[in-house]
Design a protein around this ligand. Structure first.
Ligand code: AMP
Ligand code: ZN
Length: 468
């Protein structure tokens, strides 16, 4: 499997630190509003990377943070007259709903910056002890020039950066030794949330959060660090500086960055009015369509969002779903018994589409070509599978399409809706199971219902249920 590493600017063979295991950190959103469709791109792309790695047999430890302390969160809290915590908790919950609707798996761990302050104080203290950081009146800065490898990810030259950064000296940060130095800890301003530290009552800088959370949940050296390309500089460059100076080890071996999502060929921005939240899109489309749209391009290519492209994504996804549903009808009507020799040979051809799919994904996660392989399989199924075939063959072709789509996180199988009386019957069976102290069966029924979108509520008046 080859992955493009921003640091080497090359596709490299992926070799994990520990055979069979992958440690992966993806910078998550700052939670002060509903996530927008730009934020959804790294979520969907790197969830797909994770799913593909899992398909290849790796055990993936996937960590993605929520930045829950930040100027924008504080500003929103002041606007609404509530606490910053209330804002971040609200939008984390909303973000998780959007993720579920896009079929983005929950991370192994979703750390919150505000819960990791002790680790940040420890890392900053170590950096001060080693001479990589200094405190001026309660603000702690990182001494950028002391890290000789600074710029290795973004391929920036320190002297060019310095020339571009002179203006910083007039923005109130003139206490810095060098304009390139960046903040690790800053004192609170009136009305802001703060934590006690050896330097001041204050809060951490943004970059230190990720260095600390990555270390705590994945270790000092990890396989993959990922995020949108706007994070390469300064965020990821600064993370490398902090982590490598603190730990004395390579921070991350592969750096993956997704390109930006634009709207109608323009940069997405609130002021241009071309700005969509994932929630807004969900009012018009099943978010599977958004997922399909995101994966229809390579993750390192800029992607343009438009109404027409969403319509064509919807139609394309429907073509796959229709094929799956037709194959379902065909296999229900088809004859039982073993596959014929001709069918066995045909199945080898079907497996060839999976090989094509894997080859595309092995080439730096080329989801566009992987989707093309799925369409070839769909075309093959539409013209080669009929009720003349055996149930086993039609079912195998159907399963293959579902399997490949599932690796991309695309749900193409219509879930059967339960009728009201079927639900009532299952609830009765669950009550009987509980009475008989068969709790395993009772739980099984509850889970079966949950999978079909039915939630049970045990109330004093008996069991109530509702559809999701
Ligand atoms: P933020 O909340 O701004 O820190 O962003 C969270 C993640 O979304 C980061 O990985 C960003 O790089 C990514 N991101 C933000 N805007 C876009 C966009 N328009 N296209 C693609 N990725 C984006
Ligand atoms: Zn980060």
């Amino acid at each position: 499997m080859k992955v493009y590493n921003t640091q080497s600017k090359q596709k490299e063979e992926f070799v994990p630190l520990v055979p069979g295991k992958v440690s992966m950190y993806v910078c998550g959103p700052t939670v002060y509003n509903f996530i927008h469709i730009g934020n959804a791109r790294p979520m969907i792309v790197f969830d797909t990377v994770r799913r593909y790695m899992e398909h290849k047999g790796y055990e993936v430890n996937y960590v993605s943070n929520f930045t829950d302390v930040d100027d924008k969160i504080i500003a929103k809290a002041n606007e609404e007259g509530v606490t910053a915590q209330e804002i971040s908790e609200r939008y984390i919950a909303e973000c998780k709903k959007d993720m579920a609707a896009m079929n983005v798996k929950p991370a192994t761990t979703h750390p919150l910056a505000t819960q990791e302050i002790d680790g940040m104080i420890d890392m900053i203290s170590t950096l001060i002890e080693k001479g990589y950081a200094y405190n001026v009146d309660g603000t702690v800065y990182f001494r950028t020039r002391k890290f000789s490898e600074y710029g290795k990810l973004s391929h920036k030259n320190l002297d060019d950066l310095r020339a571009g950064n002179r203006s910083l000296l007039v923005t109130g940060e003139d206490q810095k030794e060098d304009p390139l130095d960046f903040v690790l800890w800053k004192p609170k301003k009136e009305g802001e949330p703060y934590w006690k530290s050896p330097w001041s009552d204050g809060r951490p800088g943004w970059h230190i959060e990720c260095s600390v959370m990555s270390k705590k949940y994945l270790g000092e050296e990890i396989d993959i660090h990922a995020g949108g390309e706007d994070l390469i500089f300064p965020h990821h460059e600064n993370e490398i500086a902090q982590s490598e100076c603190c730990n004395g080890k390579v921070f991350a071996r592969y750096w993956l960055h997704n390109a930006f999502l634009n709207i109608d060929n323009r940069k997405m921005s609130k002021s241009l009015g071309n700005f969509f939240t994932v929630r807004e899109i969900s009012e018009k489309y099943d978010l599977q369509v958004l997922r399909f749209f995101m994966l229809s391009a390579h993750y390192r290519s800029p992607l343009n969002f438009s109404a027409e492209l969403m319509e064509s994504s919807k139609n394309a996804l429907d073509r796959i779903k229709n094929a799956v549903s037709n194959l379902g009808y065909i296999s229900a009507a088809a004859k039982d018994g073993d596959m014929s020799e001709a069918e066995k040979a045909a199945l080898a051809e079907v497996n060839g589409f999976e090989t094509k799919f894997d080859e595309a994904m092995d080439d730096d996660f080329n989801t566009a070509d992987a989707i093309a392989a799925i369409f070839e399989l769909v075309k093959y199924a539409n013209s080669n599978v009929s009720s003349e075939n055996t149930k086993a063959f039609a079912g195998a072709v159907r399963d293959e399409i579902i399997k490949l789509c599932d690796i991309l996180g695309l749900i193409v199988e219509e879930k059967e809706e339960l009728l009201d009386e079927e639900i009532e019957k299952l609830i009765e069976e669950r009550q009987a199971a509980r009475k008989a102290k068969n709790f395993a069966r009772a739980d099984e029924i509850r889970n079966e219902l949950l999978e079909k979108g039915i939630t049970l509520l045990d109330t004093r008046e008996g069991v109530k249920w509702k559809r999701a």
